[in-house]
Design a binder for this molecule. Structure first.
Ligand SMILES: *[C@@H]1O[C@H](CO)[C@@H](O)[C@H](O)[C@H]1NC(C)=O
Ligand SMILES: *[C@@H]1O[C@H](CO)[C@@H](O)[C@H](O)[C@H]1NC(C)=O
Ligand SMILES: *[C@@H]1O[C@H](CO)[C@@H](O)[C@H](O)[C@H]1NC(C)=O
Ligand SMILES: *[C@@H]1O[C@H](CO)[C@@H](O)[C@H](O)[C@H]1NC(C)=O
Ligand SMILES: *[C@@H]1O[C@H](CO)[C@@H](O)[C@H](O)[C@H]1NC(C)=O
Length: 380
């Protein structure tokens, strides 16, 4: 193990020396005057196709992607038929945006959300029914109220479960049935939600995702307000032959080393499942409990059915996850493939959770059993 990490370190050292020698710093200045901007620290970086008109020139953005900064320093953006939303994150490579209500009552905005006339559509929709109940009794049955729509006289619930709809129909007033642009597709029906999680939207035009993924700089063509072009794709720094040399001389052994490391890590995780270690005591104990009731893991088709997503630059994950994979105990990096378990809304490195699920039929974090009867999948 020690020799391996030593050789890895020296390998990466050599690799970086090599890169610094052969890659000249990119020359952004000469190409364009457009630069990213922010409303405030920690707020999302705004660049093409988005633009803050008070800070960036007109050719630096695309029509319909204008963003403003509120006095509260929030990054705001207006949907033509639905008013202002705060931008929580932008993934330029995947062409996705996460928005919320600047006044902290997203459900109210969802009730009047109308994306027509905007450049945006939902990535996933899930239909929710809103009920207004004169009794708050349902909280006792585990239903989560929409607090900001409720009053002392009534309680509002939002559900996507046919069962709960059936239960509430008759005793409560149905307010509306609306499609909600959720962040992740849920296979299971959601019994109740306060719908405070960001909405996830995507845009089709302008198409800058490919350019962004290649590290290029997307922008409007000279004298055009609709045609875009990709500039500064980093490749001219290294001659073609040298790139092949790097790919085969460095990339392939590097890949093998990385795969070796992954195997090492996953091997360690496997051994934890048998012999608990204090470092992952919680994880290990969940394994033991789940092993007690279900020794076998899931079948390949079920494992394959869980939604995968390649992380973009913003590394945005479904809540309530943090930035670390609970199985590999390593942070997510852009371009890594994450697999989510909709039953508990947790995400993991795809290769780690696949191995886990082959051995365990439960979510490593919340221990929910994942054996689900067929035919309960919601259309998404
Ligand atoms: C900007 O902030 C002020 C003060 O919080 C708020 O009253 C106003 O509604 C905000 N503007 C928008 C468009 O949300
Ligand atoms: C907004 O930004 C200004 C500086 O740009 C700062 O002084 C102020 O405290 C910020 N306000 C909030 C609510 O964060
Ligand atoms: C959304 O807005 C458009 C234009 O104002 C309107 O024609 C359409 O009926 C609205 N859709 C809904 C579902 O309200
Ligand atoms: C709530 O109910 C009380 C008494 O039942 C009534 O006086 C009050 O006007 C109601 N409030 C609202 C907002 O409906
Ligand atoms: C852009 O438009 C200006 C003024 O209309 C013109 O002088 C210039 O040649 C145009 N440039 C290109 C690249 O078409």
């Amino acid at each position: 193990m020690k020799t391996l990490s030593l050789s890895t370190t020296s390998f990466f050292l050599l690799f970086f020396i090599f890169l610094t020698l052969f890659c000249p710093p990119s020359t952004g200045e000469s190409q364009s005057i457009c630069r990213g901007s922010v409303c405030y620290r920690n707020e999302p970086v705004i660049r093409f196709p988005f633009r803050i008109p008070t800070q960036q020139l007109a050719p630096c953005g695309y029509a319909g992607f204008e963003v403003s900064c509120n006095v509260t320093n929030q990054t705001l953006f207006r949907l033509p038929n639905s008013g202002y939303f705060s931008i929580q994150g932008i993934d330029y490579g995947e062409q996705e945006i996460w928005i919320n209500d600047p006044d902290n009552c997203l459900p109210r905005r969802i009730l009047s959300l109308n994306l027509s006339g905007s450049s945006f559509t939902a990535v996933y929709y899930q239909e929710f029914s809103f009920f207004r109940c004169s009794s708050s009794n349902y909280i006792k049955y585990g239903l989560n109220p929409v607090a900001c729509l409720s009053s002392p006289n009534y309680t509002v619930f939002a559900t996507s479960s046919y069962k709960v709809v059936e239960d509430l129909t008759g005793s409560c007033e149905l307010m509306a049935v609306v499609p909600v642009p959720v962040q992740w597709p849920f296979f299971e029906q959601v019994l109740s939600s306060d719908l405070s999680d960001d909405l996830r939207l995507t845009w089709a035009t302008p198409r800058c995702g490919r350019c962004e993924s290649r590290g290029g700089k997307c922008g409007l063509k000279v004298n055009s307000s609709t045609e875009v072009e990709c500039r500064n794709v980093p490749q001219h720094g290294i001659p073609r032959a040298a790139r092949y040399a790097i790919t085969f001389g460095v990339g392939v052994p590097g890949l093998m080393l990385i795969m070796g490391l992954i195997c090492c890590v996953c091997g360690r995780v496997k051994s934890f499942t048998i012999r608990p270690d204090h470092q992952v005591a919680e994880l290990a104990s969940s394994t033991i409990t789940s092993q007690a009731n279900a020794v076998s893991g899931l079948d390949g088709a079920t494992i394959e059915s869980y939604p995968k997503v390649v992380l973009g630059e913003s590394r945005r994950l479904p809540k309530p996850d943090d930035a670390t994979c609970a199985i590999c105990l390593s942070e997510y990096q852009p371009k890594e493939t994450i697999k989510t378990i909709p039953e508990c809304n947790h995400g993991f490195h795809a290769e780690c959770i696949d191995q886990w699920l082959e051995l365990n039929g439960s979510c490593p974090i919340c221990r929910n059993s994942l054996e689900r009867p067929m035919g309960t999948m919601d259309a998404v």
